[in-house]
Design a protein around this ligand. Structure first.
Ligand SMILES: [Zn+2]
Length: 470
């Protein structure tokens, strides 16, 4: 089991820096109060033990909570948002909302109480015109804040110095593990946010570059009929489909989840049509229409009645939805190859179950490879997605790659390329990036493409978006 150290590689700050930062925050709040005298201000920061207040993982931690808190304030007019995620003294965010202080405070407290990472957040709520009239947690119907180590009254614990520094740090690491590592936590998001996350995932995949053999903003890769604009058009054309999938999942009431798949299949066919119309007949997202649609519907099913869920529950639902898919592969196994899809031809040829098999098994590489790779990767979103794409490419049997190469032995070559890329330090090093550019050229000259890995990158970016990991 991987040991997590949230504080690793973070810069240490001095007491003086912390005190200076306190003054900076206080000045910032005063300015916001003066600029927005009738509004309410929420100042958000993390409350972490020790001298390390920022790191890649601390930023993940903050970002996940920040996005949830913003979403829960989103029903009211938002006047201003400021975020400083890389501040050495810890990430800080300020949001100004036109709503009375006690309603906003209620949202902030509920966030601290119910969101799994909320205990480590301080969300101070203030308003110039409400000074002196702020209701306490108890008056708003909440208990006093509890300690994140022992669950007793937090103030009393801090005052008595009841916990060692190690205990406090372990509590932070343990919470990170539970949320991000053991079984990724997926909060409830409204339908609009889910559609946005799916669209984001499609667009994030295509703008990531340089990807071996795939379309990106500077290259058509080993494809001669599509470029980045084709993918943008296609991604936008799929939005009504994403909406249908999340609605189907959220409203599905029957017992057998195979029926949920049957329910979204006509929408999937319509989405293929919409894709073709948007791209003048080019197949940009056929694989993603299938897998992402199923993943969205499964997430919707697991988050009915505004419940949060975890990735393993969603994967179980995916698998249950696809329970009959391998039978379909068997049925087509004796048809002539002209009527068959690439995946079906391969199933005949190499007995690879393809994307249907992946769904049947619950999209296992998502939890086993892709999300851990994304979580561990650092740097820009582009660098993180490249590291993730390469980790995926080494772990899956990519039916597009096998089809293009005409030989499943290509998988061994792919594994060796990925190992070399990782040995060079991945996308965060210039050697790693140079290697990827050369590999892109190799792929173009050999007419290879990792379309299957690209589809998995879309699924990964979608789930990561829901988690707040990206
Ligand atoms: Zn305690």
């Amino acid at each position: 089991m991987e040991t997590v150290d949230v504080f690793k590689n973070g810069p240490e700050v001095s007491l003086e820096q912390v005190l200076d930062n306190r003054e900076w925050r206080s000045a910032k709040q005063t300015k916001l109060e003066n600029d927005f005298p009738r509004a309410t201000i929420v100042a958000v920061k993390l409350n972490l033990p020790g001298n390390v207040k920022n790191s890649a993982k601390i930023q993940q931690f903050f970002n996940a909570g920040w996005r949830i808190l913003l979403a829960s304030l989103n029903g009211w007019p938002i006047q201003s948002i400021e975020l400083d995620i890389s501040r050495p003294t810890g990430p800080e965010g300020f949001v100004v909302v036109s709503k009375d202080i006690n309603s906003v405070k209620q949202v902030a407290i509920r966030f601290e109480e119910s969101f799994p990472l909320g205990r480590f957040f301080d969300s101070d709520v203030m308003a110039k015109e409400a000074e002196g009239y702020q209701l306490s947690r108890q008056e708003l119907g909440f208990e006093a804040r509890r300690c994140f180590v022992c669950d007793e009254n937090a103030k009393a614990c801090a005052k008595a110095g009841r916990h060692s520094f190690d205990e406090l740090r372990q509590a932070v690491n343990h919470t990170y593990e539970q949320y991000f590592v053991q079984d990724p936590f997926l909060p409830y998001w409204d339908e609009r946010s889910v559609v946005e996350a799916a669209t984001f995932a499609c667009l994030a995949e295509v703008v990531t570059n340089p990807k071996p053999g795939l379309v990106d903003p500077v290259s058509m890769g080993a494809h001669d009929d599509m470029d980045v604009d084709t993918f943008i058009d296609s991604s936008l054309a799929l939005q009504p489909y994403f909406k249908e999938c999340i609605t189907a999942g959220r409203t599905f009431k029957k017992g057998q989840l195979t029926e949920l798949l049957a329910l979204i299949r006509p929408a999937g066919l319509a989405a293929e049509q919409a894709m073709k119309v948007a791209t003048n007949g080019v197949n940009t997202h056929k694989g993603a229409i299938f897998t992402l649609g199923i993943l969205i519907a499964a997430y919707g099913y697991c988050t009915q009645d505004q419940k949060s869920t975890t990735l393993s529950f969603v994967q179980k639902a995916v698998s249950a939805m696809g329970a009959h898919l391998l039978l379909e592969n068997e049925k087509v196994a004796d048809r002539s190859s002209q009527e068959l899809t690439a995946g079906q031809v391969q199933y005949q040829k190499y007995r690879l179950a393809g994307v249907r098999g992946e769904v049947y098994e619950g999209l296992v590489p998502l939890s086993d490879v892709a999300l851990p790779a994304l979580r561990k990767s650092e740097g820009t979103t582009n660098e993180r997605l490249l590291d993730t794409l390469m980790a995926i490419a080494a772990a899956i049997t990519d039916s597009t790659l096998v089809k293009r190469a005409g030989d499943p032995a290509i998988n061994r070559e792919m594994i060796a390329w990925v190992a070399e890329f990782q040995k060079l330090g991945g996308a965060q090093t210039s050697a790693g990036m140079t290697f990827l550019s050369r590999l892109d050229q190799t792929f173009i000259s050999r007419h290879l493409s990792i379309g299957g890995a690209a589809d998995y990158l879309i699924l990964t970016a979608f789930i990561a978006r829901l988690m707040g990991l990206i």
